[in-house]
Design a protein around this ligand. Structure first.
Ligand code: FAD
Length: 479
């Protein structure tokens, strides 16, 4: 009997040794293509997912600047949209794939160059999003009290660089410039009853500031008319249904719309009908209000009498030329001043170059590419916002990343990418990073951060309390 147990134990140990050996031998000896992805947001994960699925021999490494993955799903998507964040489950499955590795805390372009990545991998995919801001280019835009939506969103969503933002919410009126979904996210977060936000993953400092906010009126300003607002119906419906608020729009803005309504394409028609419904359903008991102001462009931020902060905004009144979606806003000589204590400019995100060796189209603020193949650089690809500009929802980014993966796979199949040369992949980059004193965060180490955030959120009934400090994240990851 004892002999039998011994032989079973031995064979179990052998199986263990074998599988450990095959794992150790595993990734570095897989002789297939080695691909690296720069950026751990939706574009990066969707590109990796598609490559891993299509080729059983491909190894994919994701390099991410922050110690935490998921890009704007974590740092952009509004805290009261938890259902949108479910894509994280799919990304986590990809990260757990035995041919995929996540390397957080690596700032590509600074810690390691694109050329070094190109030497180490058969292909490099740029998926680093759009981390810059479009500026308004008007006088006074740097005054205290003026924020970009990117920073304001980063403040309530826990971007480490925005934790000190401290917006002063003690004024009555907030002005948001831009009428897209991000503008509506910001307006909704400012006006939402606290109880609706308390159970979300909004940062504690934002929650505390919003609890003392005195903002009761939000004006959402757009260059063009009601038929050109850039938000989607879901976000508009959320505004219309926001408790204790009323839509406070100008009847005159809608005077000519009745005529054109029937000829509008269906999505635009539904959006406009909802706007008109909001216009007609006035909840006079509501303590707070929001409103779209149309045909207005910012001209100057007006300073308070001491010159130390923003106290208003000067707007040019526009007239519209043309028709439909291609209508142009042309400023008239009429100006209008609006008093307000906070101005949030939501006129778009913008990609920035991360490495001088990569071509960059400064006018369009994207990496110039042909369906994901970066122009003039073989073996270099791009996906997501850095490829097509900062528009579209996660589903758009997914399709676009699948397209990039498809052309990359095509290039492998047709021999455009030379797979006969053996590439060292992550091993070579790890060695380089070590000599530069850069320590990476693996996906397992991110999961420690994740667990700690969830633990901190629990007593408050929140899904997580985000860590706001990169140093704290690293301490927990490496503990
Ligand atoms: P990102 O998500 O920005 O990911 C890029 C990643 O690259 C980041 O993790 C970044 O840290 C990393 N990176 C940057 N520079 C470097 C570098 N030098 N080295 C290494 N890594 C780097 N879509 C929806 O479907 N629903 C929503 O409700 C929704 N809400 C949104 C709210 C806001 C405020 C914003 C801005 C967008 C929202 N979107 C929403 C759109 C969605 O977030 C984008 O479509 C998507 O995130 C774009 O993916 P990406 O991977 O191209 O960019």
């Amino acid at each position: 009997m004892k002999m039998m147990i011994n032989s079973i134990q031995k064979s179990v140990i052998r199986i263990h040794t074998l599988s450990r050996a095959s794992v150790c031998r595993g990734l570095s000896s897989v002789s297939g293509p080695k691909v690296c992805v720069v950026g751990g947001g939706p574009a990066g994960f969707y590109t990796a997912q598609q490559l891993l699925k299509a080729r059983q021999d491909a190894v994919v490494d994701i390099y991410e600047r922050l110690p935490v993955p998921f890009g704007l799903v974590r740092f952009g998507v509004a805290p009261d949209h938890p259902e949108v964040k479910n894509v994280i489950n799919t990304f986590t499955q990809t990260a757990h794939h035995d041919r995929c590795s996540f390397h957080g805390n690596v700032n590509v372009g600074k810690d390691v160059s694109i050329e070094e990545l190109r030497q180490a991998y058969h292909a490099v995919v740029l998926s680093y999003g759009a981390e810059g801001n479009r500026s308004m280019g008007i006088l006074g835009e740097n005054l205290p009290g003026v924020f970009s939506a990117k920073d304001f969103v980063g403040w309530y969503n826990g971007i480490p660089a925005n934790k000190e933002l401290c917006p002063d919410l003690s004024c009555e009126t907030a002005v948001i410039l831009g009428q897209g979904n991000v503008a509506l996210d910001v307006a909704r977060i400012i006006l939402s009853p606290l109880d609706m936000l308390k159970k979300t993953d909004i940062t504690q400092h934002a929650l505390e500031a919003l609890a003392t906010s005195r903002i009761s009126r939000v004006l959402i300003i757009g260059r063009r008319g009601p038929l050109q607002i850039a938000c989607t119906i879901k976000e508009l419906r959320e505004m219309v249904n926001l408790p204790n608020t009323r839509a406070d729009m100008l009847l005159s803005d809608f005077e000519d719309i009745g005529e054109t309504l029937k000829d509008l394409p269906r999505p635009r028609k539904r959006l406009t009908e909802l706007l008109i419904k909001a216009l007609n359903e006035r909840n006079d008991k509501a303590e707070k209000s929001w409103s779209f102001r149309f045909c207005r462009s910012p001209v100057e931020v007006l300073a308070a009498s001491d010159g130390k902060r923003a106290a208003g905004i000067r707007l040019a009144v526009n007239k519209l030329e043309g028709s439909g979606e291609s209508v142009r806003a042309v400023p008239t000589d009429k100006l209008e001043d609006v008093n307000c204590g906070i101005i949030i400019s939501s006129i778009g995100y913008k990609s920035i170059p991360i490495d001088p060796a990569v071509p960059f189209d400064h006018r369009r603020a994207v990496v110039p590419n042909d369906t994901g193949r970066v122009q003039d650089v073989s073996g270099l690809y791009c996906s997501g916002w850095v490829k097509r500009g900062p528009t579209g929802v996660i589903a758009t980014t997914m399709n676009d990343s699948f397209d990039t993966a498809r052309v990359l796979l095509q290039d492998m199949d047709t021999g455009k990418l030379d797979l006969s040369i053996k590439k060292p992949g992550a091993q070579a980059i790890a060695a380089l990073l070590q000599t530069r004193g850069v320590r990476t965060v693996s996906f397992t180490q991110w999961e420690k951060i994740n667990a700690e955030e969830e633990r901190r959120g629990k007593p408050h009934g929140k899904p997580r309390e985000k860590l706001l400090d990169v140093e704290d994240m690293l301490k927990i990851a490496w503990s």
